[in-house]
Design a protein around this ligand. Structure first.
Ligand SMILES: NC(=O)c1ccc[n+]([C@@H]2O[C@H](COP(=O)([O-])OP(=O)(O)OC[C@H]3O[C@@H](n4cnc5c(N)ncnc54)[C@H](OP(=O)(O)O)[C@@H]3O)[C@@H](O)[C@H]2O)c1
Length: 252
C-alpha cells in the first residue's frame, strides 16, 4: 500500500535541519510529528504549520521512543516515514577526550537513530512501505581532526544504513542517510562561537575555516537537505536504497 498522506516523524525537529525537513514534509501534505528534549523550540516550529505536531522525547531512551510512538500512532496512525535527524556534536583533541565525550555522542547519534527506526519498523512492515532516513554527515564518510567521537558516531550510522537497507529491502522499506558538510544551523553557530572564543579570529574568518574543504566555499542551507529528504520519500524513489548521499558541494 502506498499512502497518499503519510505520517512522518522528524527527530530534532525543533531547530536547524530538522525544522526545515518538518516544514517541507508538512507543506507536501504529510502529517509530521517532531521530537526533541526541549518543549519551547518544538512548539515554535509546530505553530508554523497546521500539519505539524510535537512530543517531548529523548531519542536515546528506547522506552521513551516506544511510548511516544504508541501515543502518536493512536493520534495520527501508523508511522510511515522516520527522519532520524537529532544529533549532538563536540570537538576535542584525542588526548583530552574522556570516555563520556564519546558515549554521550554515541547515545544520541547512533542509539538515537537505532531507536527511532526500530520502533517504527512494525508499522512499516504492516504497510509494506516505509522510509528510514538519517542525517549523518560527511564525517560519516571521511575523517576530520579534533572530532573523532563525532566522526565515529556518524560512520556508525552509515554502517547501520548499509546493513538495514539490505535487511529490509524485501519489505518495501528503504533506508538511506544524507551526509552534509557544514550547514547553516544553530549547531554550526555554536561551532563558530567556540572557534572565535578559542582562537580570537572573527566570525567571518571562522566560517571561512569551516567551509574551506567545500569546493563551493559556502555553508549548506537546511532546505537543501530537506529537499533530498522529500525526494527520498517520493513513491518513485523506491530503488534508492542503502545510499549515504553527500551534500557537500563536491567535497566528497
Ligand atoms: N550543522 C552542521 O553543520 C551539520 C553537518 C552535517 C550533519 N549535521 C547533522 O544534522 C543533524 C541536525 O543538526 P543541526 O545542524 O540542525 O543542529 P541543531 O540545530 O543543534 O539540531 C539538533 C536537534 O537535535 C535535537 N536533539 C539533540 N539531542 C536529542 C535527543 N537526545 N533526543 C531528541 N532530540 C535531540 C535538539 O533538540 P533538543 O536539544 O531540544 O533535544 C535539536 O533540535 C544532526 O544529526 C547533525 O549531526 C549537522
Amino acid at each position: 500500500m502506498i499512502l497518499d498522506k503519510k505520517h512522518a516523524v522528524v527527530s530534532g525537529g525543533g531547530s536547524g535541519v530538522g525544522e526545515a525537513i518538518a516544514l517541507k514534509l508538512a507543506d507536501e501534505s504529510n502529517l509530521v510529528t517532531i521530537l526533541g528534549r526541549r518543549q519551547e523550540p518544538l512548539k515554535n516550529v509546530a505553530n508554523k504549520h497546521k500539519n505539524i505536531s510535537w512530543r517531548v522525547c529523548d531519542v536515546s531512551n528506547s522506552d521513551e521512543v516506544n511510548n511516544c510512538y504508541k501515543d502518536i500512532r493512536s493520534a495520527y496512525g501508523n508511522i510511515n516515514i522516520v527522519v532520524a535527524n537529532a544529533g549532538v556534536a563536540n570537538s576535542k583533541p584525542f588526548h583530552k577526550m574522556s570516555v563520556s565525550d564519546i558515549t554521550s555522542l554515541m547515545e544520541v547519534n547512533l542509539i538515537g537513530v537505532f531507536n527511532t527506526f526500530q520502533h517504527a519498523f512494525m508499522d512499516m512492515k504492516a504497510d509494506n512501505w516505509g522510509r528510514m532516513i538519517s542525517i549523518a554527515s560527511t564525517a560519516g564518510l571521511k575523517g576530520y581532526s579534533y572530532v573523532s567521537a563525532y566522526t565515529a558516531s556518524k560512520h556508525a550510522v552509515v554502517g547501520l544504513t548499509k546493513s538495514l537497507a539490505l535487511e529490509l529491502a524485501s519489505k518495501g522499506i528503504t533506508v538511506n542517510s544524507i551526509c552534509p558538510s557544514y550547514i547553516d544551523t544553530p549547531m554550526t553557530d555554536r561551532t563558530i562561537k567556540n572557534i572565535t572564543e578559542l582562537t580570537h579570529i572573527s566570525k567571518e574568518e571562522a566560517i571561512e575555516e569551516l567551509v574551506k574543504l567545500n569546493p563551493q566555499k559556502r555553508l549548506i542551507k537546511p532546505i537543501e537537505v530537506a529537499k533530498v529528504v522529500s525526494w527520498l520519500c517520493n513513491k518513485n524513489s523506491s530503488s534508492i536504497n542503502g545510499q549515504n548521499i553527500p551534500i557537500a558541494g563536491g567535497e566528497i
